[in-house]
Ligand binder design. Sequence first.
Ligand SMILES: [Zn+2]
Ligand SMILES: [Zn+2]
Length: 146
Amino acid sequence: MMERLTIEVPPESICVKSAECPRGHSLMDSAHPMGGVASIKLVVISSKGEGELFLNSWYGNFEYESTMELVEGEVCEVVCPTCRASLRSEEEHCMFCGAPMFVLRLPQGGVIAACARKGCHNHKLKIVDISAQLAQLFDLDTRPRY
Ligand SMILES: [Zn+2]
Ligand SMILES: [Zn+2]
């Protein structure tokens, strides 16, 4: 029997240190820092064309910089800057607006999913291997069991 654990995090208390495309390319760009840390670099494709998109790595911060103007309300395609693999999720759609979600892979099976519609701020953080993550946060299994 697994217990469900809900973790609430205040905005900008978690900083993404490692995010990858589905083929394992790092999306972190230390040459383009935002908020004092490496940003997440993506390529965004919209009706206006294609450009680079830099996301702030602080989870819950929606600041971004783009080399191309993004149209409010438009659903964009987001691809890996290295291999151009689509980051669009096959299964997930935004529970608010129905647009596809795009997914950033985190270490140990975690993901960040975010709505691909400009202006919709729906996003979520999923940590799959929670025991491994918790083991790093707390000293699990270090006390003797009686
Ligand atoms: Zn890639
Ligand atoms: Zn949405």
